[in-house]
Design a protein around this ligand. Structure first.
Ligand SMILES: C[S@@+](CC[C@H](N)C(=O)[O-])C[C@H]1O[C@@H](n2cnc3c(N)ncnc32)[C@H](O)[C@@H]1O
Length: 220
């Protein structure tokens, strides 16, 4: 029997309420890292994996970024992002579904943003799909992963108790392991830094560039 993904039982209000709590403060951190990446790499097109309700979309500079793809597993999150940003962001394409599914396709972009996304998917499959189907040669992948903490549980306790179910599917991703797998997929690590959210949790931000000759060859 296929287990239902626990994300599908979490209302967006709960997720966003949790992420904005002062003791969590991860929505602001993710939006800031996204904005910094857009300003640094000036991509003409961007895809946001696990975009939820469009956190950070209000910071997309339409002068430089002309096409935006947002993908999330949860159809209600995507609907809300559409209500918020349809008509406000030129070239916006919002897709509901598993970002790694073969039938979820869009024209390749110049920057893929994966903010607290790799924790919830098969990392090797995700990197391979990003390389083969999502990024154009020479494009950037910017990833944010959560670092282990001796003090705070992986999902910070909060009044939004439904988020507790995510602990069953969330797996911390080691930045070194991510960098190794990324290298296997023709990505070079060009920037690596730690950021601390207002709530005190630490996160690793890694910027990778895909080889400019693109996917070398089909891998198994
Ligand atoms: C921790 S949240 C990160 C959200 C967002 N980046 C932000 O700034 O708030 C992870 C998101 O990934 C989505 N997600 C989980 N697995 C997914 C998958 N296989 N494909 C697409 N989205 C997925 C969840 O629904 C959730 O919205």
């Amino acid at each position: 029997m296929v287990m239902k993904n626990p994300w599908l039982d979490i209302p967006l209000e709960d997720y966003e309420g949790h992420m904005a709590l002062p003791q969590v403060a991860q929505a602001q951190m993710l939006a800031q890292v996204f904005e910094d990446a857009l300003n640094r790499y000036l991509p003409a097109s961007v895809a946001v994996l696990g975009c939820a309700g469009g956190n950070g979309f209000d910071r997309i500079p339409s002068a430089t970024t002309h096409r935006v793809v947002g993908i999330d597993l949860h159809p209600a999150y995507v609907r809300r992002a559409r209500e918020r940003y349809h008509g406000r962001i030129p070239g916006l394409q919002l897709l509901a579904g598993d970002a790694l599914a073969a039938d979820l396709v869009f024209p390749p972009v110049r920057l893929v943003f994966a903010g607290l996304f790799f924790e919830y998917v098969d990392l090797a499959a995700a990197l391979s799909r990003i390389r083969r189907c999502m990024l154009s040669p020479g494009g950037m992948l910017v990833s944010v992963v959560q670092l282990p903490s001796a003090r705070v549980p992986e999902v910070t306790p909060s009044p939004y108790t439904r988020l507790g179910t995510l602990a069953a599917v969330m797996r911390l991703v080691s930045p070194d392991g991510l960098a190794k797998l990324a290298a296997d997929n023709d990505f070079s690590l060009i920037e690596d830094r730690t950021v601390v959210a207002g709530g005190g949790k630490r996160f690793q931000v890694q910027d990778f560039r895909l080889a400019s000759n693109g996917p070398q060859q089909q891998r198994r």
